[in-house]
Design a protein around this ligand. Sequence first.
Ligand code: SD4
Length: 292
Amino acid sequence: IGEKPLILSTWNHGLPANAAAIAKLKETGSILDAVEAGVKDTELDLSNLSVGLQGLPDREGITTLDASIMTGDGACGSVAFVRQVKHPISLARVVMEKTPHVMIVGEGARQLAIAEGFPIEPEVLSPKAKEAYEKWKIESKYKPVINIENHDTIGMIGMDEAGNLAGSCTTSGLAYKMHGRVGDSPVIGAGLFVDNEVGAATATGLGESIIRICGSFLIVELMRQGRTPQEACEEAVKRLIAKNSKNIKDIQAGFLAMNKEGEIGAFAVHPGFNFAKGTMQSNQMIDSKSHF
Ligand code: SD4
């Protein structure tokens, strides 16, 4: 039905990320290489305050990163609460390919990065992040602002011409989170899930609300049972709203999915979520529908 190869990724930065992914796919032919290269572009984007080391810090003023990567055959790796590493997505790939583990966090992840020859960056906030943090400290109130500074994570899912799937997700998490807080992005099944037999899904938004319903896994399983990607995303949002009903007006979450046929779906709690759809011929932004 849909075009292949196909790359989907969350938010406006999805456009350049998709372009980087498609370029990589042309170069190496690997959908795994493509989804890694795609989000690496966002990890370096200084204008993005929700991904990479330029992201907004936690309430102690420290930026900590979460990332995950997965392929359609069930291989996966992730890192969480990691400091001073510019490309957590590549470190997640190292966990997947070079260790017997799936998830490595904190200082252990940083040590792995050092052992693997990743450069360790100085721990300084970017000028934009520093300015925002100084402002936040005046009141030190924790309240996520939907669609604005807290919600710009990149989740990317892709399929090559042969129908092999892979996905990636990387974030600096919620701004001003508690030190040590980990969101959905590095949790396989929450922020990302990929299965070559069915399809792939990724999530963005308030990680706690997404983890509660195992969002991405839920969507893939709903597709396995015959729902379209769109129906599956809508059902996941419905479930999320039911499980987070008390403060739903302050919670934004969005899901993105594709199935093996190249059909796509997206749905969010509130308006404002958008995503980029890339093929060999085109790369365009699409506005997601939402429950409210
Ligand atoms: C998190 N889901 O850490 C991430 C944040 C996010 O767009 O998606 N921002 O909860």
